[in-house]
Write a protein that binds this ligand. Structure first.
Ligand code: ASN
Length: 301
């Protein structure tokens, strides 16, 4: 076995443990795992441009899932707490490749909780992260050793920084500088409406500010997850679509269900390859999975 193959084996064993431990932690917290959606007439519009994965089916455009956010809200009509290991296809432009944390195909552990607040979902995120790090330290000591990775268990609650503070301190492209400045994972909260998608809930007592968050890894590894409380009423969602210049017809199927009623909720999605990259201390997210597709590269299998 080559050194590279041996390294990949260690990474994939750690990744398998991450997924096992995350599922176990969430099940103990009352979550039920649902199967992911791959194909739908609606998906996350995202705030940044990607090439659309469109498939024509009986003359109707279906899209490959960019994130399961809209389906998570709908699933909460049936179950109060859900998780899914959700494959996402985001055909990012080549300019993102140098950031070393984008893949055109990746998996996020997506979860959503009926009637939850952002504080409640942040506490679940901290518990999940700590449980995963502990499990890897306990069950993958040999793999971490062979990867030369030293990890410590962070203490909750994690530090919180507002978007405005991050921009004041590190500028608009705060990402890498903020992450490099941290000694442990930290929450970035209160994004402005103009930089996020329509489904993150606006704090009506602070118009223009959202009740959402990212988790940022330390050591320059950048963004770990995104989530927040959700807009769930038809008038609010229509208003947000209008503010984002998105024609409501684009989300007709979703809006029909919203009109029938979807519950208030909060949740997040944490990228499994990025989490594996951080835990294993890998230079590039491509080293955190088999069959990695880096934006701009066309020869991947
Ligand atoms: N999964 C994220 C969320 O729950 C959405 C995303 O990935 N864009 O908010």
């Amino acid at each position: 076995m080559t050194v590279a193959a041996k390294k990949l084996e260690s990474v994939l064993r750690v990744k398998s443990e991450i997924m096992r431990a995350a599922g176990e932690y969430l099940r103990k917290e009352g979550f039920v795992e649902i199967l992911p959606v791959i194909l739908s007439p609606v998906t996350d519009p995202l705030h940044h441009e990607t090439y659309d994965g469109k498939i024509d089916y009986y003359g109707r455009p279906y899209q490959l899932t960019k994130s399961m956010i809209l389906h998570k809200q709908i699933a909460l009509r049936t179950l109060p707490r859900i998780l899914a290991f959700s494959p996402n296809v985001r055909m990012e432009p080549e300019e993102r490749a140098p950031l070393r944390r984008y893949l055109a195909e990746f998996v996020q552990l997506d979860l959503e909780v009926r009637d939850a607040t952002r504080d409640e979902i942040i506490a679940i995120g901290e518990g999940l992260f700590i449980a995963v790090v502990k499990a890897v330290l306990e069950n993958c000591a040999a793999e971490l050793e062979s990867l030369g990775r030293k990890l410590s268990v962070p203490a909750a609650p994690f530090e919180r920084i507002t978007y405005q503070e991050a921009v004041e301190q590190f500028g608009k492209h705060y990402d890498e500088a903020l992450s490099s400045s941290l000694s442990g994972p930290a929450w970035l909260i209160d994004f402005p409406r103009t930089v996020r998608e329509f489904y993150d809930k606006e704090d009506l007592s602070r118009p223009g500010i959202l009740l959402d968050m990212d988790l940022i890894y330390p050591e320059g590894y950048g963004e770990a997850l995104s989530g927040g409380e959700r807009e769930h009423t038809l008038p609010r969602i229509l208003r947000r679509l209008e503010q984002d210049n998105i024609p409501p017809e684009r989300f007709a199927e979703y809006l029909r269900v919203v009109e029938e009623g979807v519950p208030a909720s909060a949740g997040f999605g944490i990228g499994i390859e990025r989490l594996t990259r951080y835990i294993c201390g890998l230079d590039h997210v491509r080293d955190a999975r088999l069959f990695a597709k880096v934006p701009g590269e066309v020869d991947a299998i």
